[in-house]
Structures are given as C-alpha cells and as structure tokens.
Ligand binder design. Structure first.
Ligand code: ADP
Ligand code: ADP
Length: 233
C-alpha cells in the first residue's frame, strides 16, 4: 500500500543551520495493517508523517501510495491523493465554533457532498464512534477521549483508505487511551482501513501495531513484526 524508498530530508532553520531530519529512510506498509513508528522527540517521526501526508516533500527518495509516485505529483494531483488519507492529531484540532455534527460534516462540505448524503454519512459516523447523543454539543463540552472520537469520525468522513495518527493518544489518560486504541482497531478490521501511527509511547505500539519501525536520529534502526521487536507478549 505504501512504499517509502530511501527518503532523506534536511531542514534549514531560521538561523541558516542545516538539520538532517531523515537520512535514507525506507519501509513498506501493507494494505490492512496497523504500522507503528516509534522514537523519542526529534527522531524524525513527524517528518515521516508529513511526507506521507504530502505536506512535505523529501529531498531525495520516492514515496509510493498504491501505484502512484507521490513525489512527482503537481499540487492539484496531490490534493486528489490527499482525499484518500485521513489524519488525527494529539490535540484533536476540532473547530470550537462548530457543533460535533458540523465538525464531522466539514470534509463532506469541502467535497461538496449533497445535503442528504452528508446527513446520512455524519449520522452513521456518530454511531460508529459512539457519540450519537452529542451531535448538537460543542467541543468544549466533551472530554478528551470524546474529542478524539469526533476527530476520528471527521477523518473517516470521505472514506479514506489510509488513516495517519500523530501522537493520537498522547494527551489522554491510560483508560481513555485504551478505548481510543480499541476504536482504531475496530476501524482497521471492520472498515479495512490501513493505519500508520507515530508515537513516543511504547505501550501504544505494543497494544495495536502489527509491525513497528523504531526511528532514531533520522534513521530506522529496527523494523519488524511487533513480536520481533518486543518479544512475544
Ligand atoms: P519527531 O516527530 O520524532 O519529534 P521531527 O520530525 O519533528 O521529529 O523532527 C526531526 C528533526 O528535524 C528535529 O531535529 C527537529 O528539530 C527538526 N525539524 C523538524 N521540523 C523542522 C523545521 N520545520 N525546521 C527546522 N528543523 C525542523
Ligand atoms: P511534533 O514533533 O509534535 O510534530 P514539534 O514541536 O517538534 O511537534 O514541531 C512543531 C512545529 O515546529 C512543526 O511544524 C515543525 O515543523 C516545527 N519545528 C520543529 N522543530 C523545529 C526547529 N528546530 N526549527 C524550526 N521549526 C521546527
């Protein structure tokens, strides 16, 4: 599903200093799996995710999503590719002035979904994430876990094939983390959505990832099945 081949990325800071964020990173993600990228702060995880999400272009190397080479695409083509990618974040990034219903509806509005279809889809998504009774509430009335459920529903609105998770449970307590990870697992198996997540929390990758890449100083230092990396449970 995803094939990352020898990507490198160097940033130039505002003071003109060069920072090599990624150095010859390669990995593949198979369709239907949950792939975890773990590493400490500054290791390069976010840069990998931003390259997958097409927000950043690597300086070198190729990224293939299904049969498309992303690194060659025009901005217009990238926009089309982005529609098959959903994304969730550590701090949820909901719009506080919109109700839960309208937050989830946003991507459907952007793709000009007819009103009736939009209503059906949002209702279905609210049910999927267990928040049907919160449709008319505002984000400020929800707990962290509930906000992340809304963000997940919004990310799934346009039926993506891939869900990218950026430290999605780092702001949540252990109990809530578990329920969000369960939801991600359900989405993965029931809807057959491939998931790539980045995290600094080892228990997260241990809980749900099929395969794991360990990133350190811009390089992948270990890559394999969860049991290869962490031993059998
Ligand atoms: P992680 O997500 O693992 O914390 P990042 O991908 O954010 O790592 O960062 C990798 C390295 O690149 C770090 O040294 C970071 O400071 C640097 N970096 C990330 N983004 C930028 C940027 N926009 N400009 C300059 N340096 C950056
Ligand atoms: P995270 O790793 O959780 O994504 P960071 O705090 O590392 O968040 O980065 C936040 C933002 O700052 C990102 O957009 C990143 O590109 C940028 N950034 C990170 N490190 C640097 C840096 N050394 N110089 C300039 N910008 C940076």
């Amino acid at each position: 599903m995803i094939n990352v081949k020898h990507i490198s990325k160097t940033y130039t800071t505002s003071k003109g200093r060069q920072v090599q964020a990624l150095d010859d990173v390669s990995f593949t993600v198979k369709k239907g799996e949950i792939f975890g990228i773990i590493g400490s702060s500054g290791a390069g995880k976010s840069t990998i995710l931003r390259c997958l999400n097409l927000l950043e272009r690597p300086d070198k190397g190729e990224i293939w999503l299904a049969n498309t080479q992303l690194t060659n695409l025009s901005e217009r083509q990238l926009q089309r590719e982005r529609q098959q990618i959903g994304m969730i974040f550590q701090h949820f990034n909901l719009l506080s002035s919109r109700t839960i219903f309208d937050n989830i509806a946003l991507p459907l509005e952007l793709t000009k979904t007819p009103k009736h279809d939009l209503h059906t889809r949002v209702t279905e998504l609210l049910e999927l994430v267990g928040l049907s009774d919160k449709a008319n509430d505002y984000p400020s009335n929800l707990s962290g876990g509930q906000k992340q459920r809304v963000a997940i529903a919004r990310a799934l609105a346009n039926n993506p094939t891939l869900l990218l998770c950026d430290e999605a449970t780092s702001a949540l307590d252990p109990g809530t983390t578990k329920s969000i990870l369960n939801l991600l697992q359900t989405i993965n198996t029931k809807l057959q959505i491939t998931i790539v997540l980045i995290t600094h929390e080892i228990h997260v990758v241990k809980a749900i990832c099929d395969r794991v890449a360990v990133v350190q100083d811009g390089k992948i230092v270990e890559l394999g099945d969860r049991s290869q990396i962490f031993g059998s449970p």
